[in-house]
Design a binder for this molecule. Structure first.
Ligand SMILES: Cc1cc2nc3c(=O)[nH]c(=O)nc-3n(C[C@H](O)[C@H](O)[C@H](O)COP(=O)(O)OP(=O)(O)OC[C@H]3O[C@@H](n4cnc5c(N)ncnc54)[C@H](O)[C@@H]3O)c2cc1C
Length: 742
């Protein structure tokens, strides 16, 4: 898919305005930048001061997209852009298909500059294209060349994961001297990885074509885009500052225990290997290393909602006064899921359940961000047949200043996960676990039936890490194209994967590659975490998610017709939308509470507004006669006390009466991976098949290793995190004990 070449050409429409170079916020100190009027302060779409002065010809500029370089080849006459060709062939075809690239090219022609809105769901590519256009236009304006810049300090702003980010770049005539992110509202912790790592990488390489920080791609893209803008302001020819880095052979290393993946389970696996099963202050004396693909520790825990269950034996249980025992917990799960008796490993389940209190207490003793006062009594229908049974969980306070919880205003990645990730990093550092960030395992090294190590790659080197014991903690199966086509092509074809941890199903694919089998429990357990959402970036986080998840309103398909009772906004509705091609529209009028989200969603290309329903239909590309007829029927039904087509009660309806009218695009989204896991024995030692012989030295934990204990991890809010943490402690302890002969 990614090799498809998508080069588009759009010819200049007659009479188009002539525009200036791209316009992120520009504030220069020292000499004013070429092409930007002195003391100008321009921002976003307000830029566009008319200025010609191009040298007629064709110029090619480059920028950094999601998967590498994107280029823009621009033809100009003296005053205008007459043609643009975009090469985004390295990008993800699902997100940047023909029409997205066409939209970008058309936006450039219309704006006559790089100052365009970009395409929703393809922010990184859009930013790269904007940088490439800026670069080409700068060349056309005769700026830069020979790596020369006008010395000074420049400022620019670009859109990050959800919010704008501003950088300040100081350059001399021939070097990038400093890069500082001076403002960023993107999610704490995760974006900090990009902010902490990327500026130095740009300086070290004297290039804006460096790799994004894995797991913080959107923030990275914004930094690269804004730095590119600063260089353009300084008169640089971006081509001179886009040297690509190459990966060379690095030195192999040997450790005692290697943990692949530093997410929820990998963190605790490494900690238990370095200490003991209670995560006490003991040092096992082993060399323990984590290789983590992201630029930060925590994996999905770092972006999770902040819920952790505690079944017994912690201050959380004291707070709620409710406890299970390990045995009653496992007994009830086994009673409830007799159909899985062939796969569920009773001993493993009991071993894990018994460790939950030690795991949580051990982490809390080490300063993990979790307190009894956050506890509440949750309930789950996955514990006792036919009943919503109680258990203790915690909803971590996301903002200690206000006491606000992450779930209070819609599920948000500004939630407890950031605190989890940060405190887990501190704990691992204190314990003496070595962490290699942005280091991705590429394959297992096998010697017959024994795993001896893992081949890895970082931004500079590829090398092997040999270890006595290797623990796979790479998470549930990912939502990448390869995983879906390998395991579940028919189910998830129209579902957008949210930007979560860099989970590419390493464990699952490696075992499949070795001729083994994986356990697919996605339908039984979670339906692939399919929910309603916006796009891969906004997913279903943030306050704006309240619009489609809980506010009354009418949903229509791409034919402008209703297709379901809008009361159900859960997985059922999401899967219906997936079956309809993946998207639908929520339609409402000017009296609707959701209007307050319009500006934000429109700026992300997800909302439209018009004075008439016919105009609105045209904007979203649905047949106007269908939309007006659907609205008419809906309004009549509302007045008569309820929907006659799908049975929606009047209180869940919101008549569409008073213009202007609004449409918001809603998609089927997967927020996590897919529940596909490798099989293990009762010690979490990986087996090629269910109940088969273990692979020597190879363990798996967390989502990746849940093939024979998945029911324990899927009880309800908070059970994933505690289940993965506990299975990490168990795998780490098994590895430690095997090496030390305990
Ligand atoms: C948005 C969201 C919210 C959630 N909220 C909650 C919640 O509130 N409570 C709850 O209990 N559960 C929640 N979950 C689920 C929970 O976070 C996960 O089930 C849990 O984190 C899985 O842990 P894990 O260790 O198996 O994998 P992860 O935490 O996903 O860790 C896997 C790690 O492996 C790394 N990795 C992958 N491949 C490689 C490779 N080849 N080389 C090196 N590293 C690699 C990844 O970068 C990642 O850091 C949420 C999940 C999501 C996505």
């Amino acid at each position: 898919m990614r090799t498809m070449r998508r080069v588009l050409s759009v010819l200049c429409a007659a009479g188009m305005t002539v525009g200036l170079l791209a316009g992120c916020s520009a504030q220069t100190e020292g000499t004013s930048a070429p092409g930007i009027p002195e003391s100008s302060e321009t921002s976003g779409t307000e830029t566009g001061e008319v200025q010609g002065g191009y040298m007629p010809g064709t110029y090619t500029g480059s920028g950094t997209g999601m998967h590498g370089t994107v280029t823009a080849t621009i033809t100009v006459d003296e005053n205008s852009i007459t043609n643009v060709e975009l090469d985004v062939s390295g990008e993800d075809a699902d997100r940047v298909g023909e029409s997205a690239a066409q939209t970008l090219a058309s936006q450039i022609m219309e704006a006559q500059s790089a100052d365009i809105d970009g395409v929703s769901g393809a922010t990184v590519t859009s930013n790269g294209v904007m940088a490439a256009v800026e670069d080409a236009l700068n060349q056309a304006a005769g700026n830069g060349g020979d790596g020369q810049m006008t010395a000074g300090t420049y400022r620019a702003t670009a859109h990050g994961a959800k919010h704008d980010l501003t950088v300040e770049v100081t350059v001399s005539e021939n070097a990038i001297e400093s890069v500082n992110v001076v403002e960023s509202d993107d999610s704490p912790y995760v974006s900090e990885a990009a902010i902490g790592i990327l500026p130095q990488r740009i300086i070290d390489n004297q290039s804006v074509a460096v790799d994004a920080v894995t797991g913080a791609t959107m923030t990275s893209s914004a930094i690269l885009s804004a730095v590119s803008d600063c260089l353009v302001q300084a008169g640089a020819n971006l081509g001179d500052w886009s040297k690509e880095t190459s990966v060379t052979q690095g030195e192999d290393v040997t450790v005692d225990v290697l943990v692949v993946g530093g997410g929820t389970s990998g963190s605790t696996a490494a900690l238990a290997a370095k200490t003991d099963s209670s995560l006490s202050d003991t040092d096992s004396g082993l060399d323990v290393m984590i290789v983590e693909a992201n630029g930060y520790i925590g994996g999905n825990m770092a972006i999770c909602g902040g819920y952790i269950a505690s079944y017994f034996g912690t201050s959380l249980n004291e707070e709620t006064g409710h406890s299970w025992t390990a045995d009653t917990l496992v007994d009830s799960l086994e009673d409830l899921y007799p159909q899985y008796s062939e796969v569920i490993n009773d001993n493993l389940m009991r071993n894990l359940a018994e460790l939950t209190d030690d795991t949580l207490n051990g982490l809390m003793n080490r300063g993990f961000y979790l307190t009894g006062s956050d506890a509440y009594l949750a309930s789950s229908s996955r514990l006792v047949a036919g009943e919503a049974a109680p258990y203790t969980s915690s909803s971590v306070i996301a903002d200690p200043q206000t006491g606000e919880r992450s779930g209070d205003n819609g599920y948000d990645i500004y939630g407890g996960g950031a605190f989890f990730g940060q405190t887990m990093t501190d704990i691992l550092n204190d314990a003496g676990v070595e962490i290699r960030y942005e280091t991705t395992a590429t394959s297992l090294i096998m010697d017959g039936n024994t795993c001896t190590g893992v081949a890895v790659q970082d931004h500079e080197h590829s090398y092997n890490i040999y270890a006595d014991k290797i623990i796979l903690a790479t998470g549930y199966a990912g939502f990448d194209d390869e995983t879906i086509s390998m395991y579940l092509p028919e189910v998830y074809g129209n579902v957008i994967g949210a930007e979560t941890a860099a989970n590419q199903s390493f464990a699952q694919k490696q075992i499949t590659g070795l001729g083994g089998e994986v356990n697919d429990v996605h339908e039984a357990i979670s339906d692939g975490h399919i929910v309603l959402g916006y796009n891969s970036t906004l997913a279903h986080y943030g306050e704006e998610h309240l619009l489609y998840s809980s506010m009354p309103g009418m949903f229509v398909n791409t034919e402008g017709q209703r297709f379901a009772d809008e009361t159900d906004r859960g997985a059922g509705m999401a899967m219906t939308i997936a079956g309809l091609g993946g998207k639908c529209y929520m339609i409402f009028d000017s009296t609707h509470e959701g209007v307050r989200f319009y500006d934000f969603l429109a700026s992300n290309g997800l909302a439209w507004s018009a004075d008439t329903l016919e105009e609105l239909a045209e904007q979203i590309g649905v047949p106007a006669e269908n939309l007006t007829a659907t609205v008419e029927q809906y309004n009549t039904d509302y007045e008569n006390g309820g929907d006659t087509v799908f049975g929606t009660a009047a209180e869940n309806m919101s008549p569409v009466l008073t213009g202007p009218y609004y449409a918001v695009q809603v998609n089927a989204i997967s927020t996590g991976g897919i529940d596909i896991a490798v099989y293990t024995d009762e010690n979490l030692n990986v087996t090629l098949t269910n109940g088969g012989e273990p692979i020597e030295n190879l363990y798996a934990c967390g989502g990746a290793g849940s093939g024979n204990c998945f029911t324990l991890l899927n009880i309800g809010l908070g059970s994933h995190v505690v289940g993965c943490m506990t299975s990490g402690v168990y795998a780490g302890s098994m590895a430690r004990e095997a090496i030390l002969g305990e």
